[in-house]
Write a protein that binds this ligand. Structure first.
Ligand code: ZN
Length: 320
């Protein structure tokens, strides 16, 4: 496995309100959810996040604390609504970056087209959402383009949507786009790295999500050396004991010179994590207490800026 070289020309980042230079993204939550419509026929436990005024309130608070951008990780067919994201972004003046791709199977109605589609059809669909606009926004006066591809792995490789993986590899290779990969507690990251790089993607195109649920520092350093971005987001998930796992991991990776390989996020798909909806930490905790804690722990400013947005912004722009 080698770290392939990557384009040094930045391209603009497609936010829901249009293209922006990556330097404008500022503090950016690398993996979150700002809207999830209820999906008839999906798993009864699937999260729903559809209270517009309260979500807007959280985004306003996020902005007031210094946050500028968030990535929305809900792909088409499992609750995404790009038109709502656009309305939220306009009203809050926070940049939102929408995704195309696919989530875990349980979040879709059983007869959703993805689960019987060919890799070619999936690739065409992803490219159309990146280049022309999200399906639900295409016939509006202001189509919203996807800014990246989000996919989900299951716990076992054989259970993953194989045509989806192939379709994503083709689309991402063609458009040089960023792929955020949901992992089940870090499982299959090594496998997915080999799979996608064998199909022509470069490591800087890959973001492995929820890796702090598998706080194996040797593995993290190895993946970081290979050039991928590792996304950590268990700040407000007590069952993963963030003070024992996530925080030492951040400190260790930063002090080992890997602050350019970490993207922090809060992944508040469950409405309970929103302050105004469920009394949770809320979106503003990212530019707020998470940033404060990084300062308190003595993480240098350059590293903080990288982890709180700089890294994900560069990757969205096609840089390493
Ligand atoms: Zn998520």
């Amino acid at each position: 496995m080698t770290v392939s070289s990557h384009s040094s020309t930045a391209r603009p980042v497609n936010t829901v309100q249009g293209a922006l230079p990556y330097e404008c993204l500022g503090i950016t939550d690398a993996h979150n959810h700002m809207w999830i419509e209820a999906v008839p026929g999906a798993d009864s436990g699937a999260p729903v996040l559809n209270h517009f005024p309260l979500i807007l309130k959280e985004l306003n608070e996020y902005r007031d604390r210094g946050g500028k951008t968030l990535l929305d990780c809900q792909p088409q067919g499992c609750g995404r609504d790009g038109n709502r994201l656009l309305a939220l972004s306009k009203a809050s003046r926070v940049n939102l970056v929408a995704c195309t791709g696919f989530h875990r199977k349980k979040y879709y109605p059983q007869d959703h087209w993805l689960w019987s589609a060919t890799p070619e059809k999936i690739c065409d669909f992803l490219c159309s959402e990146m280049e022309q606009g999200l399906l639900e926004s295409r016939d509006t006066p202001t189509p919203v383009k996807a800014g990246f591809i989000k996919i989900a792995l299951e716990s076992a490789w054989a259970d993953c949507l194989q045509a989806g993986l192939e379709g994503v590899a083709s689309a991402a290779a063609k458009l040089n786009s960023l792929v955020e990969i949901h992992t089940e507690r870090g499982a299959l990251a090594e496998k997915a790295f080999i799979y996608f790089t064998n199909l022509g993607l470069s490591p800087p195109q890959l973001v492995f999500c929820h890796m702090d649920k598998r706080p194996d520092v040797g593995l993290h350093k190895e993946l970081a050396r290979l050039g991928v971005l590792l996304e950590y987001d268990t700040f407000y998930r007590p069952k993963y004991d963030p003070s024992l796992n996530l925080w030492p991991l951040i400190e260790c990776m930063a002090s080992s010179g890997f602050s350019d390989r970490i993207a922090l996020a809060t992944d508040m798909a469950e409405a309970d994590l929103y302050r105004s909806i469920g009394g949770g930490a809320g979106l503003a905790s990212f530019p707020g207490e998470i940033q404060d804690q990084l300062i308190e722990k003595g993480i240098p400013e350059t590293a903080r800026k990288q982890m709180l947005g700089g890294n994900i912004a560069r990757r969205l722009a096609g840089l390493n």
